[in-house]
Design a protein around this ligand. Structure first.
Ligand code: GLN
Length: 384
């Protein structure tokens, strides 16, 4: 048998997805891969029934149905504060996972450098390698997860093609301040660098923090490729509906890459998801209230279990420091946790470029009763 592509030697399978399988094997409460355990809004599931009976069931326009793009443009214009032409500035993708990959493939050539903040959502490393790009990692320094401005400036001096910005960030829940984003923007403009965002948690930002879309900052619309998805906002992670919003010239190229990668996102799901895109402001207000309560419930539980954590400003993850347990492998710790305690988490090392083994990541997008049971189990952790 001939050799398989040697690109594959440079990254492992997703640890996040693997932890879900381990969690299922042990029948643990799965607080590893982040997805909710409740139903999507009724308007969406009812629209899905309608789509099942009346279609569409055939290919949509490859870059997304007209109705979906029109509704998305209207909603995102309001939140992002930029003008969005549904025909020129949008590509609908199979989740933001595809959006990010398409964005990277559309801007990067072999050997291009790409700035990635570390810790980072594990896909970005694999995306860069598959595009032949070389990541430059910039540490986000605990406990605040700020970056060193001088270190970032030095990275820009290497003339990177793009910077990847996960905001609010996974796994640390950092919400980049407007000042930080202005600093990044100034460097991106000075060194002629694209910014590729992952903003899937755009509606999960806890008070008093505020989400700033970097695309909305002066001079950034032209060079920002905003990627996001409906997964987290409407609790439909399995539908794989995401999108890219960018300048026409960039979008024209993203459309080509997307067409040859996947042709398009599922037509009936696009149709049904339009019901979500049409929901009013109160939906998003309620969403953040629900997540705010869950965050407090889970963090109180971590306090009761006497675990050390970093409070998130956005998204639905929390990093817990496991140094005191003296286990050198966070991966082994997570296996033990799933098997013996009955709660699954993601080993922090899968997010860090640096050799860091003392964090694990929980998510709290679960029903209150699921979180309460998880807390009950976690409270026994020290005794075990
Ligand atoms: N973003 C989710 C997480 O970090 C997982 C998304 C996925 O597995 N595609 O847990």
């Amino acid at each position: 048998m001939p050799n398989l592509s040697n690109k594959l030697d440079w990254f492992t399978e997703s640890v996040i997805r693997k932890m879900t399988r381990i969690s299922n094997d042990y029948g643990a409460i799965n607080l590893s891969q982040g997805f909710p355990d409740w139903e999507p809004p009724k308007a969406i599931t009812e629209a899905l029934k309608e789509a099942a009976s009346h279609g569409p069931h055939q290919y949509e326009i490859t870059w997304g149905s007209n109705e979906f793009r029109e509704k998305l443009a209207k909603k995102q214009e309001k939140y992002m504060g930029i003008e969005i032409n549904p025909n020129e500035n949008i590509v609908v993708t199979c989740g933001s996972t595809e959006a990010m990959m398409v964005a990277m493939m559309s801007v990067c050539d072999r050997g291009d450098k790409v700035i990635v903040f570390s810790p980072f959502y594990e896909n970005y490393g694999a995306d860069a390698i598959l595009c032949g790009a070389e990541p430059i990692y910039i540490p986000l320094i605990p406990p605040k997860f700020n970056f060193d401005k001088e270190v970032l400036k030095k990275a820009f001096e290497e003339k990177p093609k793009a910077l990847i910005l996960c905001n609010p960030s996974n796994p640390v829940g950092k919400v980049f301040t407007r000042d930080e984003l202005l600093y990044i923007s100034d460097l991106a403009k000075k060194y002629d660098t694209f910014v590729i965002t992952d903003e899937v948690y755009e509606h999960i930002v806890y008070k008093p923090y505020k989400h700033t879309y970097i695309a909305s900052l002066p001079g950034m619309k032209e060079r920002t490729i905003s990627c996001s998805s409906l997964s987290k906002t409407y609790s439909i992670t399995g539908w794989r509906l995401g999108y890219i919003i960018a300048d026409k010239k960039i979008v024209d190229n993203c459309k080509k890459v997307h067409d040859f990668l996947t042709v398009g996102a599922a037509a009936p799901l696009q149709k049904a998801a339009c019901a979500g895109l049409s929901l009013g402001e109160d939906y998003y207000e309620e969403l953040i209230e629900i997540y705010g309560r869950k965050k407090q419930l889970f963090l109180n539980g971590l306090e009761e279990a006497k675990l050390k954590y970093f409070e998130p400003q956005g998204a639905y993850y929390v990093l817990v420091d496991i140094s005191e347990f003296g286990e050198k492998s966070d991966y082994k710790f997570c296996q033990w946790l799933a098997k013996e305690v009955g709660v699954a988490a993601v080993p922090g090392s899968s997010f860090f470029k640096e050799d860091v083994n003392n964090y694990i990541r929980f998510h709290f997008a679960k029903k209150d009763e699921t979180l309460i049971e998880a807390i009950k189990r976690l409270k026994k952790i020290k005794a075990l």
